[in-house]
Design a protein around this ligand. Structure first.
Ligand SMILES: [Zn+2]
Length: 150
């Protein structure tokens, strides 16, 4: 289907609508994509993935980012990777509540966290390479359209 047919069929009205559609395409499952400030205090966190109490993964992307950059696409794909690779192993929680301070992680838990991050990076990097032509000026929306064909 060409772009215009897709826009009409799925009532795409914004880049965010397109992001939601690409998210479903790449993950093959139901998820909620939201623009929401991260609950964590860490100012470097641009996105988070949690699993809601009903079992649906929820991806929150920082509203303070300027959509349109390569880094934003990278963050978005990184969070989708967590949905695909790790949401089944993630404990369900109230996604609108900050987690109470947890006890410090054991070395085993830290190792799991870093292996999840490496897996997510590898997954998202593959899709970045597919979507972004290094010889072209980066365009967020074009990259999303390309990802629909991944
Ligand atoms: Zn991550």
């Amino acid at each position: 289907m060409d772009k215009i047919a897709l826009v009409e069929r799925y009532n795409l009205r914004s880049v965010f609508d397109l992001m939601k559609m690409v998210a479903c395409h790449l993950t093959g499952r139901e998820l909620r994509l939201r623009v929401r400030a991260p609950l964590e205090d860490d100012k470097y966190i641009r996105g988070t993935t949690r699993v809601a109490l009903d079992g649906v993964p929820v991806v929150d992307l920082d509203p303070n980012w300027s959509t349109g950059g390569e880094q934003e696409l990278r963050t978005y794909l990184h969070e989708l990777a967590h949905v695909v690779l790790h949401s089944e192993k993630t404990k369900r929680s109230n996604v609108d509540q900050r987690e109470r301070s947890l006890p410090a992680k054991t070395p085993e838990e830290k190792a799991v966290t870093s292996s999840w991050e490496r897996e997510a990076e590898a997954w998202s990097e593959k899709r970045m390479k597919f979507a972004v032509d290094p010889d072209q000026v980066f365009d967020f929306e074009s990259a999303l359209w390309k990802l629909l064909t991944y």
